[in-house]
Design a protein around this ligand. Structure first.
Ligand code: SAH
Length: 233
């Protein structure tokens, strides 16, 4: 069974976008995953196909209507659909590689992309949407966030990446940032490849990489080491 993604958006033309190219694009063509982009506006009920309205309580911007979104969600994800329902949102739980792995192991995802100031809280509650953030910054819409999430998931699907091992050694997979990489030429503008990497001694190379990983993580992301400790406790 292939991973089935469904995106609810006011801009279905943004999909598959970058995911139609390279590894993800080839996997899409091969049927390793599928993608449906649904126009939320098709579920509006008035003549003007309105999807948003002014915020209750006043203030700037517009809010996406609960009734229209609920209709779109119920169409895309009827009762019994095992796929998690995600809402891309800066207030959500920050996306992690661990969550990406879980999603990749599941049947797919139904992803709602917000626009304007966001969506009416009642549809989040009523449809049990899981809010997911891709970082502490504000995008103009959930679409680029959905593309990011799907890119991370699709590359983990069986057969998508040629070399599965390279996936396991990457940043975050072991709670550490990855070690630096080098390739030919042996000398570049006076800088040479670290001696140990051309020694052919695989044990030494593994130890050097591990040490570099730990050093880099301590310098740049000490928070990851804390999380790792907490997970192992
Ligand atoms: N007023 C909101 C931001 C709305 S941005 C607030 O202050 O929290 C409009 C839409 O872009 C959001 O509904 C969401 O779907 C998407 N979005 C913006 N930033 C995001 C982020 N960091 N991660 C995931 N989605 C994001």
């Amino acid at each position: 069974m292939s991973f089935s993604a469904c995106v609810l958006t006011l801009y279905p033309e943004m999909f598959p976008g970058a995911l139609g190219l390279s590894l993800a694009g080839r996997a899409l063509e091969a049927g390793t995953w599928s993608l449906e982009a649904i126009q939320i506006r098709d579920f509006a009920t008035d003549r003007h196909r309105t999807v948003d309205d002014t915020p209750a309580g006043g203030g700037a911007g517009m809010v996406m209507r609960a009734d229209v979104l609920a209709k779109a969600i119920d169409h895309a994800s009827p009762e019994g659909d095992a796929r998690p329902r995600l809402l891309m949102s800066p207030r959500g739980k920050p996306l992690t590689q661990a969550r990406v792995r879980e999603l990749a192991a599941g049947p797919g995802a139904v992803i709602l992309c917000g626009r304007f100031e966001g969506v009416d809280q009642r549809v989040i509650d009523a449809r049990g949407l899981e809010e997911v953030s891709i970082g502490d910054f504000i995008l103009s819409g959930g679409e680029p966030a959905a593309l990011v999430l799907l890119d991370a998931v699709v590359r983990l699907l069986p057969g998508v990446m040629g070399n599965a091992v390279s996936g396991e050694e990457e940043s975050f997979e072991n709670g550490l940032l990855e070690h630096p990489h080098y390739t030919r030429p042996q000398e570049f503008e006076g800088r040479v490849i670290p001696e140990v990497l051309i020694s052919g001694n695989h044990k030494k190379i593994a130890a050097w990489r591990r040490a570099e990983s730990e050093k880099l993580t301590k310098e740049r992301r000490p928070d990851l080491l804390e999380i790792g400790k907490a997970n192992n406790a």
